[in-house]
Design a protein around this ligand. Sequence first.
Ligand code: LIP
Length: 270
Amino acid sequence: MSTIQPPHDRGKLRDLAVAVAAEAGELAARGQAGITVLDTKSSPTDVVTEMDRATEELIRDRLLAARPDDALLGEEGGGIEGTSGVRWVVDPIDGTVNYLYGGPDWGVAVAAEVDGVIVASAVAVPVRGQMFDAVLGGGARLGGRPLNAPEAVPLEQALVATGFGYSADRRIRQAKVLTEVIGRVRDIRRVGSAAVDITGLALGRTNAYYERGLHLWDWAGPGLIATEAGVRVGGLRGGPPTNDLVIAARPGLYEELDALLAPLGADTDG
Ligand code: LIP
């Protein structure tokens, strides 16, 4: 006999995400000084520190203690199956290279997904004392206050953030795409954390963002915060965001950037 589950309370999922991201952010911030590389992943420059692992462990323990039937997808620990219909998507430290070098631009991202849709999200940027959160259909907040992204600017006045993958071949290709973009916009920023880049759109730190080759944990939770702040988060040619390409900007600018990137094949490696 099948049991019908009540709808998940998005506000409660958001509150849990915020509490866990805050605790994880404190742990990671305490551990930043003197951090060393523990291992590498996709390439010798794709590092993992002991704090990436310890922070993900704390997040996993706290989420599953509160909600033992949920599933979890984490950057460092792979996946855990669940039965509740909720899956947590977790990036314990997004911007690991910034973290390793003692910089402030790294974040802890904890998001809840129901039926493949992110419904609640928290991103802590601990060194900057920031906590972003959002609920699908319920708005975005920074430090508990409503957050609305500034209006779009024309492409030629847009400050555009982007990032590069860890494989040398992909980076070279991304740099080629960039040579076509940089002459058409105000300037480019490479912050080093997709979570900081995407949530930063809601603050007007930059006007637009695009990146090829992210993983779900890099963009999905931060993406809900940006969307709820009025930013369009999608993929190439107006499609949905994917790991192949994420584009994010206020409507109007989004379409201009999409039209620039599409003929460049910014979602491919060749
Ligand atoms: C990183 C991103 C960064 C991007 C890298 C990588 P990590 O995540 O946030 O902006 O350019 O490709 O995905 O590895 O620090 O969690």
